[in-house]
Design a protein around this ligand. Structure first.
Ligand code: F6P
Length: 329
């Protein structure tokens, strides 16, 4: 078989270990791998990875030393052209022209939407791997990149706490998560934040002010509020101005972490998850599966139809919200 691998959408730390696992597992099973650069955009431009010998096939050496590298050597993008039917037809024709039998897309919900559209026009197999920092896909406990993004955000929170404590201030820290509170909730819990604002729970300004006043009375000198970029009330700037307007008892500063969370050396958890799922994706293709995402639920590796992975909002564990509230004392 000739198997194509590509990364698409927002990059995530751990995509490289996943590419490495796809390439090495396929080669170990005597299959060929072509690397498609720049996601669907690159596919439409026949932008293939070229190995050290100048051939458009990936070798075991093409992925040497990738476990510890952030970003993705295949690069990533978001393609407007691929969203059109003409673009999808062109992509299917290109896959046929290059005799590609199967694909492993590594990405998030947009990537898997694209895979579903492509499969209507192309009869090759597609088994995806969940590569996104957002952890918003159903069918896997964690997505590749989430653990590193949380670690980066927690490092930032730890540093901000030092200066907040010195100046007796409050920080409102915005983390990524377009529609999901996962990064915010895990960051807040690990970083000992007093308040978290996420799209899954209502952000109630009078209630937050009330809690802040009580914390001040109990002698708290510094406060950390973590807000998800997708919070229904808006991001950190909006939350800060709402709190100031409601007579916030602490002096405040805002920090938006943004794309910082997408970079850096992948945490061991993301390296292992990327490796396990990349290997499982190849085994699944060789076992005849298609139209599914490889994921890990508990200690089992499982396959979930693409439509199910993005069909519903993945709920955050509500018990973590309660624990966070109990810790803020
Ligand atoms: O989906 C991953 C993500 O990092 C989101 O958390 C964020 O909203 C978005 O990508 C940012 O996308 P871009 O790279 O286009 O700025």
């Amino acid at each position: 078989m000739r198997i194509g691998v590509f990364c698409s959408g927002g990059d995530a730390p751990g995509m490289n270990p996943c590419v490495r696992a796809v390439v090495r597992s396929a080669i170990a099973a005597d299959q060929e791998v072509v690397g498609i650069c720049r996601g669907y955009h690159g596919l439409l431009n026949e932008d293939f990875f070229v190995n050290a010998a100048g051939h458009p096939l990936m070798t075991a050496r093409s992925v040497s030393d990738l476990s510890k590298q952030g970003g993705t050597i295949l690069r990533s993008s978001r393609s407007q052209e691929f969203r059109t039917l003409e673009g999808q037809q062109k992509a299917a024709d290109i896959l046929r022209k290059h005799a590609v039998d199967a694909l492993v897309p590594i990405g998030g919900d947009g990537t898997f939407h694209g895979a579903v559209d492509l499969m209507k026009l192309w009869d090759g197999q597609v088994v995806g791997c969940p590569g996104t920092i957002d952890n918003d896909l159903i069918g896997t406990d964690y997505t590749i990149g989430f653990a590193t993004a949380v670690q980066t955000a927690v490092d930032a929170l730890d540093k901000l706490r030092d200066t907040a404590e010195s100046h007796e201030r409050m920080f409102v820290v915005e983390v990524m998560g377009r529609h999901s509170g996962y990064i915010a909730l895990y960051t807040a819990l690990a970083g000992g934040a007093e308040v978290v604002a996420i799209p899954e729970t209502p952000t109630d300004i009078p209630d937050i002010i009330n809690r802040l006043r009580k914390l001040k009375e109990r002698g708290k000198k510094s406060i950390m509020i973590v807000v998800a970029e997708g919070d229904e009330n808006g991001g950190a700037e909006k939350l800060q101005s709402d709190l100031i307007a409601a007579d916030c008892p602490f002096s405040t500063r805002v920090l938006t972490l943004g794309h910082l969370q997408r970079g850096g050396t992948p945490a061991p958890a993301d390296r292992i998850l990327g490796t396990l799922l990349g290997e499982f994706a190849i085994k699944s293709i060789l076992g005849g599966h298609s139209g599914v995402m490889a994921g890990q639920v508990g200690s089992s590796l499982v396959l979930t139809p693409f439509e199910k992975t993005f069909g519903q909002h993945k709920p955050v564990p509500q018990e973590l919200v309660s624990v966070l509230d109990a810790m803020a004392h």
